[in-house]
Design a protein around this ligand. Structure first.
Ligand code: NDP
Length: 432
């Protein structure tokens, strides 16, 4: 694409969506063609890119690049996470922002789509270095965001600690305590269940798939990748629901526990930081596989919860061959385009990230509502609403993704279901 050179991830995400949308629009919504809705949706409303200079613990000046991609505000303020990782670039942030537009629409909450971050690598940095970086990042970002303009959250490398430092600097510069970020601590405006929401929501979505097929989760084997926020709470909920979680991983390798993780084992793993290999010393039922991913192990359900393109075609074929029946994405675009073709051809149930991991942003949306009315809802209330939202997303996917032979193409369902509301809003709001 001449307009987006060197943006393979963005082009991959757009292709995945327009392959479903073009036939749908041609057949059902020709009114949207002349309005150039699709052409407008692939062009971000605004992108800001800025210098982030900060001082490390050796008093050396470091320079990183910060971004915010404000993709679409047709149905609400821009909303989407901030990612701090060395491989962050515009292609990755544009793909994430584009996906976010559909995901946020699917939640049925009034939130538009955006994404941001920096090529800053938080690994190995001290607490004070993280704080100084976050303060410098927010010193510029604050002029572009606001509780009714753009509300960032966390993503890879941005958790509760970083949101705290970012919020503190925003408040200091703007003299304004408002819901400008989500993922805040529960003592200062955060919502209960937000840290757990993406992982829990993923399992609620898997539960919907199983219910739809009259199956039970008890005893099903589950392979999960990642050992971060999403992976951890996906594993916790899967164990609580009676599934047998066999793997977790990070960018250094995978842990396979043939007896399955218990909640105690999972909590122990959570104390190890990135040194997952240590787990095998305490639990001999487990083996460590350096530089490998979990997709070589047989399972009923695969939950990729680490990063984009972590399942390639060969991995997907291995999963299918080993009997995997459900792939539900906790991460964003973890399956390559070729891997998705393998799932759809094998007619296994494939829950794409924009549907399956929407629980995180959904609870972020609920955090915005709580901030707007100055309240904090009980844990049970938020969890209940999260469940209802995931059930609704599943219904939308079935509505738009059901094929004549009864197979549910969740990807198609999510693409079309997420698109319609945004397209209607853009149509109503004129040519902008
Ligand atoms: P975290 O930073 O908490 O955890 C990321 C995990 O993935 C870490 O275990 C990390 O390992 C691993 N990982 C990162 N890069 C790679 C890689 N190249 N290969 C293998 N493993 C890797 O992030 P989150 O859990 O928040 O996010 C994970 C995914 O979920 C992302 O795709 C994110 O966009 C998506 N997501 C997150 C949401 C949220 O609410 N947090 C909401 C919706 C989607 P290591 O420590 O070794 O780098």
């Amino acid at each position: 694409d001449l307009r987006n050179p060197n943006e393979p991830e963005f082009l991959q995400a757009v292709t995945e969506v327009v392959e479903d949308l073009i036939p749908y629009v041609n057949e059902h919504r020709p009114d949207l063609i002349d309005l150039k809705i699709l052409e407008r949706m692939v062009e971000p409303e605004r992108i800001v890119s800025f210098r982030v200079a900060w001082t490390d613990d050796q008093n050396q000046i470091q320079v990183n690049r910060g971004y915010r991609v404000q993709m679409n505000s047709a149905i609400g303020p821009y909303k989407g996470g901030l990612r701090f990782a060395p491989d962050v670039n515009l292609s990755i942030l544009k793909f994430l922002a584009f996906e976010q537009v559909f995901k946020n629409s699917l939640t049925s909450l009034p939130i538009g789509g955006g994404k941001g971050g920096s090529d800053f690598d938080p690994k190995g940095k001290s607490d004070m270095e993280i704080m100084r970086f976050c303060q410098s990042f927010m010193t510029e970002l604050q002029r572009h965001i606001g509780s009714e303009t753009d509300v960032p959250a966390g993503d890879i490398g941005v958790g509760g600690r970083e949101i705290g430092y970012l919020f503190g600097q925003y408040k200091r510069l703007q003299n304004n305590f408002s819901g400008v970020l989500t993922g805040k601590g529960t003592a200062w405006g955060g919502s209960y269940i937000r840290p757990e929401a993406t992982g829990y929501g993923l399992l609620y979505f898997v539960q919907c798939i199983l219910d739809y097929n009259n199956e039970k989760i008890e005893g099903k084997t589950v392979c999960i990748s990642g050992a971060g926020n999403v992976a951890f709470y996906a594993a916790e909920k899967a164990i609580q629901m009676g599934a047998k979680v066999l793997t977790l991983s990070n960018s250094q390798g995978a842990i396979y526990d043939k007896e399955g993780f218990s909640l105690d084992k999972l909590n122990y793993l959570g104390t190890l930081g990135r040194d997952l290999a240590k787990y095998t010393k305490k639990y001999p039922s487990a083996s460590y596989h350096a530089k490998e991913n979990p997709w070589q192990f047989a399972c009923d359900i695969a939950l990729p919860c680490a990063t984009q393109n972590e399942i390639n075609e060969a991995d997907a074929k291995r999963l299918v061959k080993n009997g995997c029946k459900i792939v539900a994405e906790g991460a964003n675009m973890p399956s390559s385009a070729e891997a998705i073709k393998v799932y759809l051809q094998a007619k296994i149930h494939f829950g794409p990230g924009k549907a399956a991991n929407a629980g995180g942003v959904a609870v972020s949306g609920l955090e915005m509502s709580q901030n707007a009315i100055g309240q904090q809802w009980a844990r049970e209330k938020v969890d209940h609403r999260l469940k209802l939202i995931m059930e609704n997303i599943h219904k939308t996917c079935v509505r738009y993704g059901k094929e004549p032979n009864g197979y549910i193409n969740y990807l198609k369902g999510a693409n079309i279901g997420g698109f319609i509301k945004v397209a209607e809003a853009m149509k109503a709001q004129g040519v902008v």
